[in-house]
Design a protein around this ligand. Structure first.
Ligand code: PGA
Length: 246
């Protein structure tokens, strides 16, 4: 299992330090190896030195697809890499809906992240409207085909299936819904690339994962981990999720 914490625009630098010191003291090296943290950018400067002393994977919640230059307010992936990051989130549904990031742009971000050896955790998922109009497979297919069009399969990458209607709503997808989507993603990866690549690609589920539902969701055959938002902000909840699903 992989446990990825998406802190979104939460936890100050000091709160991040307190969280991580507590986490590192109380979790085994084995668990730390399978844990990924995505803090907000302004906290990264305070906590990267702690993270770099651990086997924890970490990165930013977004990167620019540009190397450098006149892009006021943008986030440089090469600076992130210089700080020691190993990964980055790409295409979270909040980036797609609030910041109008489309599959085309996300494909460039994935390519750029991989060129720096940052492992992209590419987020995909349908909206409620898509689900109600039977468009789930069409939407996932486009997100995979276009978003991964520049993927380097010799480098590491991972996918997070996050149905938009389940994010931050408390309305978790059922195990059956998760399994159906993950099996579809696995199958598509096989069609686009190969059985081997489809098999190796971790597929995480995200959307209202909580200590109460972690065990059941983790039992899914194609569930390789979780991307956790709200419940990753409280160390007790995050550690409970790990406990329930390891
Ligand atoms: P949530 O968020 O766990 O609060 O639903 C998940 C995410 O947005 O990655």
């Amino acid at each position: 299992m992989i446990w990825a914490a998406n802190w979104k625009m939460n936890l100050s630098p000091q709160e991040g330090i307190d969280f991580l010191q507590n986490f590192v003291e109380n979790q085994s090296t084995e668990v730390q190896k399978h844990t990924w943290f995505f803090p907000q950018n302004y906290s990264i400067g305070a906590i990267y030195k702690i993270l770099n002393k651990t086997p924890i994977q970490w990165g930013a919640q977004n990167i620019s697809d540009k190397q450098n230059g006149a892009f006021t307010g943008e986030n440089s992936a090469s600076t992130l890499k210089d700080l020691g990051a190993t990964s980055c989130l790409i295409g979270h549904s909040e980036r797609r809906s609030l910041f109008h990031e489309d599959n085309e742009l996300l494909s460039s971000k994935i390519a750029y992240a991989q060129s720096l050896d940052l492992c992209p955790l590419y987020c995909i998922g349908e909206s409620l409207e898509d689900r109600e109009s039977n468009q789930i497979e069409k939407v996932l297919n486009e997100q995979l085909k276009i978003g991964l069009s520049k993927l380097d399969t010799n480098k590491s990458f991972a996918i997070a299936y996050e149905p938009v209607w389940a994010i931050g709503t408390g309305q978790v997808a059922s195990l059956e819904q998760v399994e159906e989507a993950h099996a579809f993603i696995r199958q598509k990866m096989k069609e686009i690339y190969s059985e081997d690549i489809a098999h190796k690609c971790p597929i995480l589920y995200g959307g209202s994962v909580k200590p109460e539902n972690a065990k059941s969701l983790a039992s899914g055959k194609n569930v390789d981990g979780f991307l956790i938002g709200g419940a990753s902000l409280k160390i007790e909840d995050f550690c409970q999720i790990i406990e329930q699903s390891k």
